[in-house]
Design a protein around this ligand. Structure first.
Ligand code: ADP
Length: 256
């Protein structure tokens, strides 16, 4: 599905944020993310990527600037079911925690229910749909702690999918996952974006991987230092190489 540039899913304007009122971690960030987009937010450790993501999820409130979700100010936003979130460290689930794959994914439905409300037929269907989408339905009765890191990550994607979100935010989703498992994981993200049309916002420090996967790259280093296509990003980094500037990463060209 193509990107619809007329529809902003997220619009951040002039956002500045500081923890405890000390120096700004983010300064004057302005960024629009369109429907159907797949955007990688990149930058060195400590550059403010997670802070930006948390601002876009309403988990923290900026001291300056605004965030709009689906053209509504985040302070008045109510349609949280449209938004999925796969946080950092969703992997490495406590292996002794006795909860099944099925139960973890069902937890995704609790946000749209009142506490102790009965699990409905619709909930069960949503869980089955989500586990099938990520190829984990056959593992539904296993304990989450018995799965590999890559399988656990798919389960957390399934949990985010249970409410049929229009956008999913992911924070460093493949930390500690081996290369082959990462390949499968990124193939799943491509499917969610291209076939189901889910907008993806991914935070990563793996710039090389991002240039191969995403449609747009947003570079964060306190403020937004780029918002370009992977091709433009690669061309610019080659130019800075020629100019003798410090190259931040080694570029590998892959042909998919
Ligand atoms: P990134 O995701 O790019 O690694 P973060 O957004 O996590 O960066 O952090 C940006 C800066 O804010 C870092 O200097 C970090 O130490 C600081 N920081 C992050 N979270 C907190 C917090 N809860 N309290 C105080 N400082 C924080």
């Amino acid at each position: 599905m193509p990107v619809d540039h007329t529809k902003n899913i997220i619009e951040v304007k002039g956002l500045s944020f500081s923890y405890d009122g000390i120096d700004n971690v983010l300064e004057d960030v302005t960024l629009a993310i369109h429907q159907g987009d797949y955007i990688g937010i990149v930058g060195p450790n400590g550059s403010g990527k997670t802070t930006l993501l948390k601002s876009m999820l309403g988990l923290i409130s900026p001291q300056k600037g605004t965030v709009e979700l689906f053209s509504s100010d985040i302070r008045n936003f109510k349609d949280w079911h449209k938004i999925g979130y796969v946080p950092q460290k969703a992997v490495n689930f406590d292996a002794n925690f006795p909860i099944s794959v099925h139960e973890v994914v069902m937890m995704g439905r609790y946000g749209s229910k009142k506490l102790f409300q009965r699990i409905s037929h619709e909930d069960k269907e949503a869980v089955e749909y989500a586990l099938n989408q990520v190829g984990m339905w056959e593992h539904k009765d296993k304990l989450i702690g018995d799965l590999s890191g890559g399988q656990q990550q798919r389960v957390f994607i399934a949990r985010a999918l249970t409410n049929h979100p229009e956008v999913i935010f992911l924070d460093e989703p493949t930390t500690g996952v081996d290369k082959k498992t990462q390949d499968g994981f990124y193939a799943l993200l491509q499917k969610l974006n291209k076939e189901i049309g889910i907008t993806l916002v991914l935070v990563s420090h793996d710039i090389e991987r991002m240039t191969r996967e995403v449609m747009h790259i947003a570079c964060v280093d306190k403020t937004l230092t780029c918002h370009i296509s992977p091709e433009e990003y690669l061309a610019e980094s080659e130019l800075s190489d020629i100019a003798g500037n410090k190259v931040k990463f080694i570029t590998h060209h892959h042909h998919n």
